[in-house]
Design a protein around this ligand. Structure first.
Ligand SMILES: [Mn+2]
Length: 227
């Protein structure tokens, strides 16, 4: 997919494409100002070992009314699209030939704001989701590690960059945004997603990890790939 983006990075088990200047500096400046002023930023909680703790970043979930979404163990109803989010969504749809129905915004206020290792693998996203990650503001180092081999990679996601993650990228890799001790201005990251309606067993409270594990067992058995 995405012939208008650079070719995939030469990594196994997933499609990663990075377009450093997908938005011009002037476009990125305007988007950063609009997004920081207009999104429904709040400090969400993350559920960790049964306790809810404040996340080290501000977040906002916007999207179509049906795109209810759960991340970090907590369900969020979508806020409506803002003009800036709608413009980014339409630009992505034109370039990628793929439409998204929701977007998770994260605002990293300084180098102490961060995101731990995870994959974008919530059951609402279905298997092998397409994730378009747009960055505005200060550049930050985006860390990746391959689940099976432990191979590590680092990308710098700069002002106006677009990182496309597709194929097995969320099944086979984890990613995170490490803290940094050096002075760091704010960064906004938008990850556009296609959220599908939940099946009954998922609505009934089966955890995302359990569903994913069941999906993987089924897929591996079907392919004969795992003992
Ligand atoms: Mn993520």
């Amino acid at each position: 997919m995405a012939p208008s983006l650079p070719p995939p990075l030469p990594w196994p088990d997933g499609e990663f494409r990075l377009a450093a200047g997908f938005w011009s500096p002037a476009e990125a400046d305007a988007l950063f100002a609009q997004l920081s002023a207009q999104l429904a930023w709040s400090r969400h909680g993350v559920r960790l070992f049964g306790r809810e703790l404040p996340a080290p970043r501000l977040s906002a979930w916007h999207g179509d009314a049906a795109a209810s979404y759960r991340y970090s163990g907590i369900r969020h109803a979508p806020q409506p699209w803002t003009p800036a989010l709608r413009a980014v969504r339409e630009r992505l749809a034109a370039a990628l030939g793929f439409d998204f129905n929701g977007v998770l915004g994260n605002l990293y206020r300084d180098g102490a704001d961060a995101r731990g290792w995870h994959s974008d693998d919530e059951p609402e996203l279905g298997p092998d989701p397409v994730i378009a990650s747009a960055s505005f503001g200060a550049p930050r180092r985006f860390a990746l590690r391959h689940r099976a081999s432990g191979r590590r990679e680092v990308l710098e996601l700069g002002h106006g960059s677009l990182l496309l993650m597709a194929g097995a990228s969320q099944r086979c890799w984890q990613h995170g945004l490490p803290r940094t001790a050096r002075p760091c201005a704010p960064r906004i990251n938008l990850t556009f997603r296609q959220v599908r309606p939940l099946a009954a067993n998922e609505r009934a409270g089966v955890s995302g990890r359990a569903v994913r594990a069941m999906d993987m067992v089924g897929a591996d058995n079907a392919a004969g790939a795992r003992p």
